[in-house]
Write a protein that binds this ligand. Sequence first.
Ligand code: BDP
Length: 688
Amino acid sequence: ADGYQLWLRHRLIEDPTARQQYQRALSFVDAAVQGPTGNSAVRELRSGLTNLLGTAPATSPAKKRSQGIYLGLRQSSSRIRQYLQSNAVEDLGPEGYHLASYQGDVLLIADQEQGLLYGVFDLLRAIQTGEDLTNLQRTERPAYQYRILNHWDNLDGTVERGYAGFSIWNWHQLPEFIDQRYVDYARACASVGINGTVVTNVNANSLVFRADYLEKAAALADVFRPYGIKLYLTARFSSPVELGGLPTADPLDPQVIAWWKSKAAEIYARIPDFGGFVVKANSEGQPGPREYGRSHAEGANVLADALAPHGGIVVWRAFVYTDKAGGDRFREAYDEFTPLDGAFRKNVLLQIKNGPIDFQPREPVSPLFAAMPQTPLLLEFQITKEYLGQGTHLVGMASLYTEVLGTDLAPNQAGGEIREYITGMAGVSNIGTARNWTGNLFGQADWYAFGRLSWGPELPANTIFREWAKLTFGPDPTVVTTVTELLEKSYPACVNYMTPLGLHHIMATGHHYGPGPWIDDLERDDWNPYYYHGATRDSVGFDRKASGSKALAQYPAEFARQFLDPTTCPPEFLLWFHRLPWTFALPNGNSLWQELGLSYQRGVDQVAEMQTLWASLENRVDRERHLHVSQHLAIQAKEARWWRDACLAYFSAVSGLPIPAGVTPPKHSLEYYRSLVYPYAPGIRPQW
Ligand code: BDP
């Protein structure tokens, strides 16, 4: 049990009665498929069933009365046609499927073969989780067309913000050497509905557009294709200069336009179903149209025009820095992009991080989601947990994802949830060469959750946790319940011990690991943790109301209303929007200072509870994985205390207030916590 198989651990069903029932009901797989995707669907189904049931299914009914699976497109077999005569099945689209039990058999029907692939993984999951197949009756279609992983992987094999080893893409040995990992990666992605992958870092390298690298990329695309996954590449805006030798990358220059056109044609000649470009422009040292006095729309459109004849898209990232100094970082993406709504070509999608700042443990949603009605939007989540304890801490990200997707920007109308505003989801991958893919075993749950939500954004976190627990640790109900509880506790715990009450961006510089609320000496104001809370002897927090940066006004008024008054503002967002005296009274009667201290303490206590929960599974989970998780939890417990102690030592020194009653006081002086440095931390961004 080293974790390599992820949630696709099709282990023999232990319970003999259940196994026999499934064996009888699924004795054959009658498949009518033609293309490579249909074939991988059948291959997955056969091998999954063989492993789960201990016998290989036949290819057709052995006896007249034997029961099994019929799988194919609508017209593909008489059995399916017969079913459809009496059962109307609506249009399934390119990726949807219909699963039904029919006179003792199981039917899996799709309009296109990619749907069969998703249906197969659903069916296998149903068996793994012990579902009764006799009343099977469901139609599934993905909510979004775009369900994409973003790898921040560099061509040299390092992974920016990667905490699970190095990049799994072995550019050196591609295109000849096809690592089995590429195939298993594609299987895992397809099994949760992911249908696209960006294999290169948003801090891009134009080298990937050179002919030899395109050949390597094409080899990856060939592996992914039978699993319904499209390949995308990040496009460095200055590529026409760096690679093309042109004097400029000005998007309106005819030579530049021609360069992108011919580059796109070259890519499509090698990768006919290439997805498109992802672009980070004018942000953190990345080049962009601003250098030439052009807007983001002018920049994006040139790339979009080059891809359009081939059916590709441009994913333009909204994570930008404006050139105006001294503004509120919260406002920047909105200020920069809202004037451009309607100015982008049809095949440009704007990719927006869930929050306005940067993947904080808890952020209010980005106001941009409701402000670009004419532009298709992708929601970007981090799966890798740059600001949430990275590969070390156990934090079930499904809680964060579902909170964001369900946030209702139009509380007085139907359909105002974030999930209704978007066309797709992008997730910054957390995988690497670690044997178990994610370093921390529980990181697998975050990859799983991202995929499941990109298919069905209304799934509750609890459902996802339960599924993952069953698939990963088997059907023992005690294990499933305990792992689910552990995951549910973990997200609020992390927010409490890192950034309670709406504190944000107080992580140490560069690597963002561990507390650094005192840091105030970086080049840009908005890179400094101090800027985000501005604590003084009297008060703390960031005023984003009309009296402050006015960022709250970027939201629809009926959504902003709940934040306006600090006495009714949801406490978890308080210091995002208000600057308040330490003595400010919260609804529960505690002062702000007391509540801050107690929240940090609660976070520490919650991690201790997580440890107890996990310890209770000692004899129910294999030793290898049990030890792996307990050791990580021990680090998390130590570091939760570090967060509490360092932050409270600092805020107590600034405010002059004593550590509140009920909170364990810091062991060391503030100086001690300030002096802790890392000689090396993983995942740090390479030099631009
Ligand atoms: C920040 C990361 C940085 C990324 C950047 C981005 O610290 O490494 O390059 O986001 O999203 O969170 O472009």
